[in-house]
Write a protein that binds this ligand. Structure first.
Ligand code: CP
Length: 340
């Protein structure tokens, strides 16, 4: 088993539950298991507010130095092409950069979003895997083309905090939401995978054409089945909200929308009624509302939902710090993280 943390499944179901409990303990005031002298090199190829800040805050809590770079801005622009003739804008090949950076840190972390132009390329998660291939240190995924495991653990921690440790069979609805542009699927993929690992009864609601990668849906359905849960997919949003304990809203570009994003944009413009409103939450069973943030207010969900008593969005964002600390304790501590 790998010592990396790439899609959040590495600890296994019990390991994930332990991380959640540890994060809740840290949030409740337990003393962090400090690992002074350790270093993390964090490479951000896309912007971040929560992931970057919570990682740095968690590192500070544990006595860890976090060195953050943004290639193309404050570090050399990276080339990813195998055998590329580098006579253009890129200055340093990922092979060289990762080999060097991983020698400076005990952990190498990276954020690299999906390109959204080639489905097979996004499925292959090329930047994350280039880091894994060339790193001498374990790799921590800070959101890749396909997965966002630190967000997944924070989400699972909020589900546990509100619904208890027995999440099996609890109804979670993941609803597609409007947005001015096509967005990557790492977050909805991660919600699906994490909820499936917890054995939840997950319903994905999206308009026609805004499907998730069927490989991800099948994997989640298989996992959920083994944990006493289930995965359903529907275009009927109202039915999907009925009885939900958790509503997660997120926009994404459809898996079948690759290669026809302009047409998708025209369809998307007519889907503003998928915005989550306070009235929608009346159909649920006192559901908590979640969104990973950043969120376009009054496009994805109304101010009333976000600022209302049902919103778990901000508290989950705060939990990103405690959950990052729980993961770093394991990845940098004495005991091996999730490798046997
Ligand atoms: N949810 C999340 O990952 O936020 P950032 O993009 O700000 O890191």
């Amino acid at each position: 088993m790998s010592a990396h943390f790439l899609d959040g499944s590495e600890p296994g179901v019990e390991g994930l539950r332990e991380l959640v409990q540890r994060a809740l303990a840290l949030e409740g005031g337990a003393a962090p298991r400090r690992v002074p002298g350790k270093r993390i090199v964090a490479v951000f190829l896309n912007p971040s507010l929560r992931t970057r800040t919570s990682l740095e805050a968690a590192g500070h809590m544990l006595g860890v130095k976090v060195i953050t770079l943004s290639p193309g801005t404050d570090a050399w622009a990276l080339e990813f092409g195998d055998g590329a003739v580098m006579d253009g804008l890129t200055v340093e090949h990922v092979k060289d950069a990762v080999s060097v950076l991983s020698g400076y840190g005990h952990l190498l972390a990276v954020r690299a979003f999906a390109g959204l132009t080639d489905p097979e390329e996004d499925r292959a998660d090329p930047v994350l895997n280039a880091f894994v291939q060339h790193s001498r240190a374990p790799v921590l995924n800070l959101e890749s083309a396909r997965w966002h495991p630190l967000q997944g653990i924070a989400d699972a921690t909020s589900w546990t905090r509100h619904l208890g440790t027995h999440l099996q069979g609890q109804k979670l609805t993941l609803t597609w939401a409007p947005h001015p542009k096509a967005l990557p699927t790492a977050v909805p993929n991660q919600v699906l995978l994490t909820a499936a690992m917890m054995g939840m009864d997950v319903t994905v609601a999206h308009p026609e054409g805004f499907d998730l990668d069927p490989q991800v849906v099948h994997r989640a359905a298989d996992l959920a089945g083994h944990q006493g849960g289930a995965v359903h997919v529907t275009h009927d949003r109202q039915a999907a909200l009925k009885g939900a304990r958790v509503v997660v809203a997120k926009s994404w570009g459809g898996w079948s929308g690759y290669g026809r994003r302009e047409e998708e944009a025209r369809v998307r413009a007519g889907l503003s009624d998928w915005m989550v409103t306070e009235a929608d939450l009346f159909h649920t069973r006192d559901a908590g509302f979640m969104h990973c943030l950043p969120i376009r207010r009054n496009v994805v969900a109304t101010d009333g939902v976000l600022d209302g008593p049902s919103s778990w969005a901000h508290e989950t964002a705060h939990r990103r710090m405690w959950t990052a600390a729980a993961v770093l304790e394991r990845m940098l501590g004495e005991e091996s993280p999730w490798s046997a």
